[in-house]
Design a protein. Structure first.
Length: 245
């Protein structure tokens, strides 16, 4: 594949290394406004674009790819308020967008575990639920997109919680998400159920960015040639998983 990398931070650099090992070509890197002005016209030559940029630039990048007819894989978060419109435009214009708040295969298995645990714990009202997430200091959005997915799935099953809130919980119907930013932490998520007698936790710790980059590349390889809006659940069907192991 000829890949256009939109964003050349640590994730973009990790994707570059893995892509070259797998025999793909990184023929275009765009990391700032000047890059778009000088080389944006080359985007049409790509087989696919992979975006790990910022919440303030991602929507513009999506529509640049739509206008160029280039499929886009993105893991950028912090723009969920615009997701429904972008999805609708993608389908109406017959373009291709693969979005996931987290491309790590293990995290997506963690989502499944979270949903199962939430279903089980919905019968036990004496446990208070909370979520914690820890990421590097340069991550711009908080809470993380992954934490929001975890929270929304818990709310689906819990009769106690009707919305999530960031940091400060003011009433029992709220599910609190605490965010921490520190150095040298690729990403940690903790879902905690606590009663007066004990604590039940499920935890996902990322060891490095490699798992996220590998998932994004798998998504790119899978989505080329397809049209529509896709998420990790589309990639991680039982049939597709057999080819990914």
């Amino acid at each position: 594949m000829k890949i256009a990398l939109l964003g050349y931070g640590k994730m973009g650099q990790e994707i570059e290394k893995l892509a070259e090992k797998k025999g793909h070509e990184i023929f275009l890197i765009i990391d700032c406004v000047e890059d778009w002005e000088q080389n944006g016209h080359l985007l049409k030559q790509a087989d696919i674009a992979i975006d790990f940029t910022t919440p303030t630039s991602i929507v513009d990048n999506i529509y640049r790819c739509f206008d160029s007819g280039i499929p886009l894989v993105t893991g950028t978060t912090g723009w969920l308020d615009e997701l429904d419109k972008v999805r609708q435009d993608c389908l109406e214009r017959k373009q291709t967008l693969f979005f996931s708040p987290n491309f790590c295969i293990g995290v997506n298995l963690f989502f499944e575990l979270n949903r199962s645990l939430a279903d089980i714990m919905s019968k036990w009202s004496n446990y208070e639920i909370s979520i914690e997430e820890t990421h590097p200091v340069h991550k711009q959005d908080a809470p993380s997109g992954t934490a929001i997915v975890l929270a929304n799935d818990i709310i689906r099953f819990s009769e106690k919680k009707d919305k999530w809130v960031h940091e400060t919980v003011e009433n029992p119907e709220e599910l609190g998400i605490k965010s921490y930013r520190t150095d040298n932490v690729p990403g940690t998520h903790v879902v905690r159920y606590e009663s007066s007698d004990d604590i039940i936790e499920i935890i996902h710790n990322a060891k490095s960015r490699r798992g996220f980059a590998m998932g994004a590349l798998l998504a790119a390889e899978w989505v080329v040639g397809k049209t529509g809006f896709y998420e990790m659940k589309d990639l991680l069907t039982s049939e597709n998983l057999m080819n990914l192991r």
